[in-house]
Design a protein. Sequence first.
Length: 202
Amino acid sequence: MKYFLVITILCPSLILANDLSLMNVIAAPTYTYPAGSSEIEVFKPGSKEQIELFEMAANELGLPDAWAHSKGLQSILEKEGYTVGQPNYTYDNGSLARELGVDRLSSPRNGAHWPKVWESLIKGQIRAKSTACGLGQLINLNVDAFLQEYHQLGKSKDLAPYRRKYYGNPLMEACGMLWYIKGRYGTPTKAWKQYRTKFNGY
């Protein structure tokens, strides 16, 4: 099994804006998935790439840079997932996996099929027991809540264009994870202390 580390965060298309309109200037990374390809983006907890990515996300959200270095954040990533766009393990037995005829859809060796998962989430479809996906494994309801607040959309029902720029985008998935931690726990340290104390996850 091969993993390819792709450092998209240094790509010119991911230059930060000076205001909160980041998604107006960032397009989701373009990936090429040949048949059977396992080309994926991995931000291993504690690595230079993980710290740089989450520092960018923290800066975008006005949060402390120190969060990117937090052992709490890195521990959650280690448990929940540090691979961009990776579907939850429940997709392995979900209807989409059966439709595609794929064994272990969540495995990196099946990365070529992940855009199919993202497309179903973009359309608001539930094709597995859990809709968790990507860095930190946010479920679709939390992703939508993040997008609504981030883009100041109010009760907008048409979130598909914003979801399309979220799934598979390292920076936005990192922003979503930090936003969720801040809203529910306050800090990554507190989030890790409460990990799996109330439910399976954080």
